[in-house]
Design a protein around this ligand. Sequence first.
Ligand code: SAM
Length: 222
Amino acid sequence: DPQQTWTAVDGYFNGLLVEEDAALLAAVAASEAAGLPPHQVAPNQGKLLSLLARVHGARRILEIGTLGGYSTIWLARALPEGGHLVTLEADERCAVVATRNLERAGLAGVVEVRTGPALETLPQLEAEGAEPFDLVFIDADKPGNPAYLEWALRLTRPGSLIIGDNVVRDGAVTDELSTDPRVQGVRRFTERLGAHPRLTATAVQTVGEKGYDGFVLALVTG
Ligand code: SAM
C-alpha cells in the first residue's frame, strides 16, 4: 500500500527534522474537537511554508483559508520582529477556533483573522490601502483560486511569492473534462499562472501522510 509507505516516510523525516511543539499539537487537537475537517497542511508542509517565508525574508504574509490556524502558526512564526500576517476565513466557527489557537501560540498580536468570504475581505484590504504582502498562501475553496490569484497580484509587489496548495488532487488536475469545480478551479488557476506576464511559476507533486497532491510556487516578477 503506497499510502502506508508515504505516511511512514513522513513519520521518519518529521521525527528527525520537524518538531511540532505544544501549540501546534493543541491547534490540531482543538480543531478536531470542534469538528473541523482535518484539511490542514501536514507538519513537514507547514515547515516548508515557514522555511520559504524565512528564506524570502517575508515581513507581511496574507493567507486565504485559515481553518483552525495550523498553517497560520507555521507562517506567523517565520516572521521577523514587527512582521504581520492577515488570514482570511469564511466560516465563523473556524475563525473562532483559529483565534483561540493563535492566542495559545502567543501570536494574537502578530496575526489578524478576518472573517467573511475572501472575495469580500480581499477588496476591503485593498480599500484600506494595505501595504503589499511579501508572501500569499492560497488555501481556501479551490473554485475561487483564479479570482484569488488576481487579488494576490493586486496586493503584492514585484518579488512577492504566491503559493497555492492542493493543485494535483490525486492526479485529477489533468482531467480536462472533470466535472469537479475544484479541479476546474485549479486548472484555470494554473493556466493563468502560466499565461500571466507578471508571474513565473512551477508546480510540484507531493506524496505523504496527506496522500497525493501538490503545490504551485509563483514569483511576481513585474
Ligand atoms: N490553511 C489551512 C491549514 O493548512 O491549516 C487549511 C485551510 S482549509 C484547506 C480551507 C479553508 O478555507 C476552510 O477553513 C474553509 O472554511 C475556508 N474557505 C472556504 N471558502 C472560503 C472563502 N470563500 N473565503 C475564505 N475562506 C474560505
